[in-house]
Design a protein around this ligand. Structure first.
Ligand code: SAM
Ligand code: SF4
Ligand code: FES
Length: 333
């Protein structure tokens, strides 16, 4: 299983008869390479203001039906403090591409959060090499930026005024600068092929990703894709399981979008290759407004409630919550 070809991957993706085998294999590979601990990452969704127009996303600037917010730097740091106090060992700062958060403003937030005892991940979109370098120098440890799809034509139709090559450049810069590098894709975009999903998985391997997040596409009513069907939960799970089979020791989250489509989605994902969960630690007042897609889970729950809820779910399947930072340790075999 070390050298699955594109044909092998497409065969698995096309054939639902081998799903149980695939999920069990991914679960065993997860167990053997990263163990039974689950790493929790406290997610702060600090601004829903975005200058981009990704066709699938409710935060796109052309959506005028969304009430916009940005959390002040002071409150972002306070939210991080609260999360660290309640046991999180990694903070993830995520937002739309909001130019209010200039390099200086971001670096200040990063430095303050790094005074707490925590790893720090950024997920704030496409930046220049110099900006990524400044964030790294300020103390950021990891960066997440999904390639979304490796099908260049599909990428172009989904991302007006954006450039696939620039997305790639971002990932290469992030790697070069020594960040733990996270990427991933959407599953179920209109006109996406099984072959292109196989290419996505091979791309994660070629990039040498440290983290890969895979989520089903969920249509948002205020976007151009409002009438498209949502992605298939099982197919997204299969893409995730195959990613585990190929990239053995990386960190793979059980994504929120999976749980939005299936009430037990994150637990199923944790039993099919995933080893990370990213509970929302944003204050209740902002949660519903970070509406990248509808019916997002946890929008009426407090950070404390989510923390307890996810810990109980993890314990219920005999797994433990890690006390460490859960950095990607490459296992040389
Ligand atoms: N703006 C940053 C970026 O795009 O990288 C970070 C925030 S963005 C909301 C985080 C992720 O949300 C994207 O990478 C995309 O895959 C996912 N997303 C956006 N709209 C979605 C939808 N309708 N269904 C599922 N996932 C979606
Ligand atoms: Fe903005 Fe990210 Fe949504 Fe694209 S996916 S519109 S960059 S928040
Ligand atoms: Fe938020 Fe379960 S993780 S309520």
């Amino acid at each position: 299983m070390d050298n699955l070809t594109k044909q092998d991957i497409t065969d698995f993706l096309n054939d639902d008869g081998k799903n149980d085998y695939l999920f069990k294999l991914a679960d065993n590979i997860r167990h053997d390479n990263v163990g039974d601990e689950v790493h929790l990452r406290g997610l702060i969704e600090f601004s829903n203001i975005c200058k981009r127009r990704c066709k699938y996303c409710g935060l796109r600037c052309e959506n005028k039906n969304l009430e916009r917010y940005r959390i002040t730097p002071q409150d972002i740091v306070q939210t991080a403090k609260n999360a660290v106090l309640s046991g999180y060992k990694t903070i993830v700062l995520q937002s739309g591409e909001d130019d209010y958060f200039s390099t200086d403003v971001m670096c200040d937030i990063i430095k303050q959060i790094k005074k707490l005892d925590t790893a720090l991940t950024l997920s704030i979109g496409e930046k220049t090499f110099e900006e990524y370098k400044a964030f790294k120098k300020a103390g950021a440890d990891r960066y997440l930026i999904r390639i979304e799809t490796t099908d260049k034509e599909l990428y172009k139709t989904m991302h007006p005024n954006m450039d696939f090559d620039n997305r790639l450049r971002c990932l290469e810069d992030i790697k070069k600068l020594g960040y733990e590098t996270g990427t991933g894709c959407l599953v179920g975009l209109p006109n996406q092929t099984i072959e292109s999903l196989a290419d996505d998985i091979l791309f994660f391997k070629e990039l040498g990703a440290d983290m890969v997040g895979i989520g089903p596409f969920i249509p948002h009513p205020d976007t151009p894709l409002k009438d498209c069907p949502h992605g298939n939960f099982t197919l997204a799970l299969k893409v995730m399981a195959l990613t585990r089979i190929l990239l053995k020791d990386i960190n793979i989250p059980a994504t929120t979008a999976m749980e939005t489509l299936n009430p037990n989605g994150r637990i199923i994902a944790l039993q099919s290759g995933a080893n990370v969960v990213m509970p929302n630690v944003t204050s209740l007042e902002y949660r519903a407004k970070y509406e990248i897609y509808p019916n997002k889970i946890c929008i009426n729950e407090s950070p404390d409630k989510c923390n307890k809820c996810i810990r109980a779910k993890i314990a219920s399947i005999g797994r433990t919550v890690s006390e460490g930072r859960g950095s990607h340790k490459k296992i040389i075999k």
